[in-house]
Design a binder for this molecule. Structure first.
Ligand SMILES: [Zn+2]
Length: 378
């Protein structure tokens, strides 16, 4: 048991990257850059617009078009300098008050046509090709990294490949208020599951948040070993996440029956495969459900571990609004796009467009399994 080790370090919410963000983040293209006198900047742009209308169909707005010579990354300055020495043999020319600018993608024009087009404003024409990121950055950090590695890049506080940053930061304001409390409750359920031998050291809490007030509506520890042989993989329907969702469903059913005056004659307590009746003391500490809408619509779920693929899909299909987990499960987790499976089962148009996901990370100790086997499905 090592949950407390996280408490010493300040944990923080790290939004997960969507599959699109992961797939696109390293895509680069080759572009021609050219050094010109500062005074020729607008002429250069006019020429380029004529030679390569609409940038050849590429959106390069995340890249600075013009950069002062001294502000260009060292490898770009080196390329320009090398090209200059080839076209003007002899002592190196000075580079007073020059700009380096992106002319266009190497696929959109031939080098010869570009040299010919720019010869009226720059002599000699010092063109070389460099790599630049094809798509817009999705964070300040990414923009800063690309600026030093490729070319000055602008982050415009938008994310075409994931939830808009303003939606994420608004949600984080809510979650930061009480994430520690819900994780402690999830830990409690996990510890009871382990201590009683009914399940693995895994727990979850489902929370409803209305008008700034958050309440837990289901708390569940893992129960895969409850009346199940240890020689098997256990009762997969009794993973903590599925149990908690089943508790919500059962709560809604009981409420509806109550309202309709129907007596509860359906499932005797705790004999269902989902083990959807609270068993442990921690699991009793919940509020009644008063949410409307489909199953877990807009609810939040806090998990001690990154849920497996099955539980991740259950979270998606139950229409949760937010999911937060503490420990990544790199081999079996279904939420991360950069894990071994790479499914990234959140915020996907074809699944659940609105589900947001975070890793509540305390740094070094939050990668790994801590208390459970690395190949276990949480
Ligand atoms: Zn699971």
């Amino acid at each position: 048991m090592d949950y407390e080790s996280a408490a010493g370090n300040k944990s923080r919410l790290v939004p997960l990257k969507t599959t699109l963000e992961v797939e696109t983040r390293d895509r680069v293209i080759n572009v021609y850059v050219n050094a010109i006198p500062v005074k020729q900047a607008s002429n250069a742009l006019s020429i380029i617009r004529r030679l390569i209308p609409n940038d050849g169909g590429l959106d390069l707005q995340h890249l600075r078009r013009f950069v002062k010579y001294d502000d260009a990354p060292p490898h770009v300055r080196a390329s320009i300098s090398e090209t200059r020495s080839l076209v003007t043999p002899g002592p190196e020319n000075e580079t007073p008050k020059e700009l380096i600018f992106i002319a266009g993608s190497v696929d959109s024009i031939s080098k010869e046509s570009l040299i010919e087009g720019l010869s009226s404003i720059s002599n000699p024409v010092c063109i070389c090709s460099i790599q630049v990121p094809l798509l817009a950055p999705t964070s300040h950090e990414q923009a800063a990294f690309w600026t030093s590695r490729y070319w000055p890049t602008v982050y415009k506080k938008s994310n075409p490949f994931g939830p808009h940053p303003s939606i994420v930061s608004r949600a984080e304001e809510d979650i930061n208020e009480d994430v520690e409390k819900w994780m402690a409750l999830a830990d409690g359920a996990a510890q009871e599951a382990r201590a009683t031998g009914s399940g693995e050291d895994i727990g979850v809490v489902i929370v409803t948040r209305k008008n700034g007030i958050a309440r837990p509506v289901a708390i569940a520890g893992d129960a895969r070993w409850l009346d199940w042989p240890h020689s098997s993989r256990g009762n997969v329907a009794a993973h903590a996440t599925l149990r908690a969702i089943a508790m919500v469903a059962d709560g809604l059913r009981a409420r509806d029956e109550d309202q309709q005056g129907v007596s509860d004659i359906t499932i005797p307590a705790d004999t269902g495969i989902f083990r959807d009746q609270p068993r442990m003391p921690t699991e009793q500490c919940r509020s009644p459900i008063d949410d409307d809408g489909y199953l877990c619509h807009d609810l939040e779920i806090y998990c001690t571990h990154e849920p497996c693929v099955m539980c991740s899909m259950a979270i998606v299909h139950s229409r949760f609004g937010r999911v937060v987990f503490r420990r990544r499960m790199p081999s079996t987790g279904g939420l991360c796009s950069d894990g071994e499976l790479g499914h990234g089962l959140f915020w996907r148009k074809e699944l659940n467009w609105t589900l947001l996901a975070w890793h509540w990370s305390s740094g070094t100790d939050s990668i790994g399994t801590c208390g459970v086997e690395s190949d276990l499905h949480a």
